[in-house]
Write a protein of this length. Sequence first.
Length: 182
Amino acid sequence: MNADWTYNDEDDTFGPDDDASFSEGPRALRDSDDPNAQWVKNFASVFLQEMLRHEGRGGHAKFSVCRRCCSAIPEYRCRDCLGGGELLCRGCLVTAHRQLFFHRVERWTGNHFDKVKLKDLGVRIQLGHWDDVDGRCAHPLRAPGDDFVIIDVSGVHEVGVDFCGCGGGGHHCVQLLRASAT
Ligand SMILES: [Zn+2]
Ligand SMILES: [Zn+2]
Ligand SMILES: [Zn+2]
């Protein structure tokens, strides 16, 4: 049994509207009663196609040279940069990630993408010189073992870390503490 409910000023309550017409039996089904079915019917195939598209190079396959430098082979992409899977050459990808140390990068092998560490492409975190214009140290010191690992919301990252060795950055602990803004 369905009825319209209204607010009653006199006793400050909600209740069935005395004047509302009542109807017997279940109401007709609406699309909104089963949103999952509506999604499957209208969008599932589109979502699946778009997800599969990310497994390959998509529309970027037609570019034989990097669109940023117009010279080198575009074979790297970043899963965290909002670039629609744009493929870049190694040099342009490294330049774009000088401060994006925890982005997840992949390289096109010819028929699939492989994970690549930014560290292996030459990206390194220079500690102790955050307030310098170029952020580099004249005497960088590699972290012991060069096996620094940082756990971020996007995953576990093996990163290249260089401490400041010129004396301006202070104690190594201080250099690490100052790397964070929080
Ligand atoms: Zn390039
Ligand atoms: Zn990125
Ligand atoms: Zn230094």
